[in-house]
Design a binder for this molecule. Structure first.
Ligand SMILES: NC(=O)c1ccc[n+]([C@@H]2O[C@H](COP(=O)([O-])OP(=O)(O)OC[C@H]3O[C@@H](n4cnc5c(N)ncnc54)[C@H](OP(=O)(O)O)[C@@H]3O)[C@@H](O)[C@H]2O)c1
Length: 435
C-alpha cells in the first residue's frame, strides 16, 4: 500500500459535535495535515435535513440524506459517526466496518450495548474503531484504559460522568435550589435537553460506566447490569445535612473489582468534602481510576459540549490518519509545525510576593516603594506582619501586579542595598491560575 495523498472522511451527523468536527477540518486544515502526514478531506456528510441552517457552511454537494452515499464512497476511508442513538447509527458503524472503513464515534449508547462485537469486527478486518468522545468529552479516559493503563490490574473507578446532573446538584448544594429549579436553569443554559430523563435517571452515566468497566476489567459489562438510581429524590435539605456532616452529594458512577466479581452502580452518594470528586462543580466531569501500579489518578475536565467532544473525535481521527499514512503503526515523532523561540526569563511577567525584614521605624516604606516604583513594579498590597521588640524589626509582605522578571531581579538587588532593609527574606512568584 502506498502513502495516501489525502485521507477521505465521511461524516454521519452535522449537529452539535458534527459541526464542530466539520469546522475544525475546514479551519485547521494545515496543522491537522501536518500532524497526520496527509490532508484530511471531508467528502460527504449525512444529515436528515439538507436545507437546515447550520453553524458551519459546507458546499451543498457535500450534504446528503442518503447514508449509502457516505458508506459506499470509495474515497471515504474513515467514517465519523456523530448522529447519536442506537439505530440506525449502530447499523451504519457496522456497515462502514464491513466495507473496510475505519470508524470514529462518540456514541455511548452503541458502544455500551454493542461495543465488544463492533470492536471484534474491526479487529477481524484489521480496522480501527475509536470512541474517545463517548465518555468524558475531552478527558482522555478511553485512551488511558485501552493503552496507558494496560500494565495495571484496575481496582476501581469512581466517576462523575454526567455534566447535566452535576450542574443540577451543584446548584442545589450551593444555592439551595430545588431539583426542578436547577433543572430548569440547566435547560435554559443549554446543559439539559427538553427531555432530561436519560441524564436525571442516570441512564447516560450507566452507558458510560458500562464502557469504562468493560475496558477496565477486560470483562463485558452491559448497561442493563449497572444498578441505577437517579437524582430526583434528592432534596435541598439533604445537601444541608450532608454538608453539616462534612460531605458533598454527587451522582457517582462506581465500578469496583471484588475478586471474580465486579460492582457497577450509578447513584447519588455522599462524598467526603476533602476528596477531589467532592470539588467537581457545574458541568465538569472527573474520573478517578485506582490500579495496582498507577495508584490513584484523577482526570478532570469538560465532559461534553461541542468543543471538548470535537477535541476527542479529532484526536481519534488524527490517530487513524497517521496509521493510514504509516501503513500500520504510526510514528510517534513530534511534527515540527512551527519554529517558536523560548522567551528569555528576564522577559517573563509574573506577579510577585516579597518578604522583607526591616527596622520597625518610620520612613521605611517610602524608600521601598520608591525602589519598586522606579522600576515600574506596581504594588498590589503591603502588609506589615510580625514585629520583634527585642531587635526592633518588622516583617513586611508586599505583593505586586505582573512585572517583568528583569525588573524584579533588579529590585531585589536594590532593596538589598537599602539601609532600611535588613534582609530580603524571600521572593516567590505568584501564578494566577484560572479558577
Ligand atoms: N453534544 C455533546 O455535548 C456530546 C458529548 C459527548 C458525546 N456526544 C455524542 O455525540 C453524538 C452526536 O451528538 P450531538 O449532540 O452532536 O447530536 P445532534 O446535535 O442531535 O446531531 C445529530 C446529527 O445527526 C443527524 N442525524 C440524526 N439522525 C439521523 C438520521 N437517521 N439520518 C440522517 N441524519 C441523522 C442530524 O441531522 P439534522 O441536523 O439534519 O437533524 C444531526 O445533524 C451522540 O452520540 C452523542 O451522544 C455528544
Amino acid at each position: 500500500m502506498k502513502t495516501p495523498q489525502s485521507i477521505g472522511v465521511g461524516l454521519l451527523g452535522l449537529g452539535v459535535v458534527g459541526s464542530g468536527v466539520a469546522q475544525a477540518l475546514e479551519n485547521h486544515r494545515e496543522p491537522l495535515a501536518c500532524r497526520v502526514g496527509a490532508p484530511l478531506e471531508l467528502r460527504k456528510v449525512l444529515v436528515r435535513d439538507v436545507e437546515k441552517q447550520r453553524p458551519v457552511s459546507l458546499p451543498p454537494h457535500k450534504l446528503t440524506k442518503d447514508a449509502q452515499q457516505v458508506l459506499d464512497d470509495p474515497a471515504v476511508q474513515v467514517v465519523v459517526e456523530l448522529m447519536g442513538g442506537e439505530s440506525p447509527a449502530g447499523e451504519y458503524i457496522r456497515g462502514a466496518l464491513e466495507r473496510g472503513k475505519h470508524v470514529v464515534t462518540a456514541n455511548k449508547e452503541v458502544m455500551a450495548k454493542d461495543g465488544p462485537e463492533l470492536l471484534a469486527l474491526a479487529d477481524a478486518k484489521r480496522l480501527s474503531l475509536l470512541f474517545e468522545g463517548a465518555v468524558g468529552g475531552a478527558i482522555p479516559i478511553i485512551g488511558s484504559l485501552t493503552k496507558d493503563f494496560l500494565g495495571n490490574q484496575i481496582h476501581s473507578i469512581h466517576a462523575i460522568i454526567n455534566g447535566t446532573t452535576n450542574f443540577i446538584l451543584t446548584r442545589m448544594a450551593e444555592e439551595g435550589m430545588s431539583g426542578d429549579e436547577a433543572l430548569r436553569l440547566a435547560q435554559d443554559l443549554g446543559y439539559a435537553e427538553a427531555d432530561p430523563s436519560n441524564d436525571v435517571e442516570g441512564l447516560d452515566a450507566a452507558y458510560k460506566l458500562a464502557i469504562l468497566a468493560t475496558l477496565a476489567f477486560h470483562s463485558r459489562v452491559s448497561p442493563g447490569e449497572v444498578f441505577r438510581e437517579g437524582i430526583s429524590r434528592l432534596h435541598a435539605r439533604d445537601f444541608r445535612y450532608a454538608s453539616e456532616l462534612g460531605y458533598a452529594i454527587k451522582l457517582l458512577a462506581i465500578a469496583k473489582r471484588d475478586g471474580a466479581k465486579v460492582e457497577v452502580r450509578v447513584h447519588p452518594a455522599l462524598v467526603p468534602e476533602g476528596h477531589l470528586l467532592a470539588k467537581v462543580s457545574g458541568v465538569f466531569n472527573a474520573v478517578e481510576v485506582e490500579g495496582n501500579l498507577l495508584g490513584r489518578t484523577v482526570f478532570h475536565g469538560l465532559g461534553a459540549g461541542r468543543e471538548p467532544t470535537t477535541s476527542a473525535v479529532l484526536g481519534d481521527l488524527v490517530e487513524i490518519g497517521r496509521r493510514l499514512v504509516a501503513n500500520g503503526e504510526p510514528s510517534r515523532a513530534v511534527q515540527m509545525e512551527e519554529s517558536l523561540t523560548v522567551k528569555a526569563m528576564s522577559e517573563v511577567e509574573t506577579r510577585c510576593y516579597f518578604r522583607l525584614n526591616v527596622p520597625d521605624r518610620a520612613g521605611v516604606l517610602a524608600q521601598i516603594t520608591r525602589v519598586l516604583g522606579d522600576l515600574n513594579i506596581s504594588i498590589a498590597s503591603i502588609i506589615q506582619k510580625d514585629t520583634d521588640p527585642t531587635t526592633q524589626t518588622a516583617e513586611i509582605v508586599i505583593t505586586t501586579h505582573p512585572s517583568k522578571e528583569a525588573a524584579v531581579q533588579r529590585s531585589l538587588a536594590l532593596l538589598g542595598e537599602l539601609d532600611v532593609v535588613k534582609e530580603v527574606s524571600n521572593m516567590i512568584r505568584i501564578e494566577e491560575l484560572p479558577s
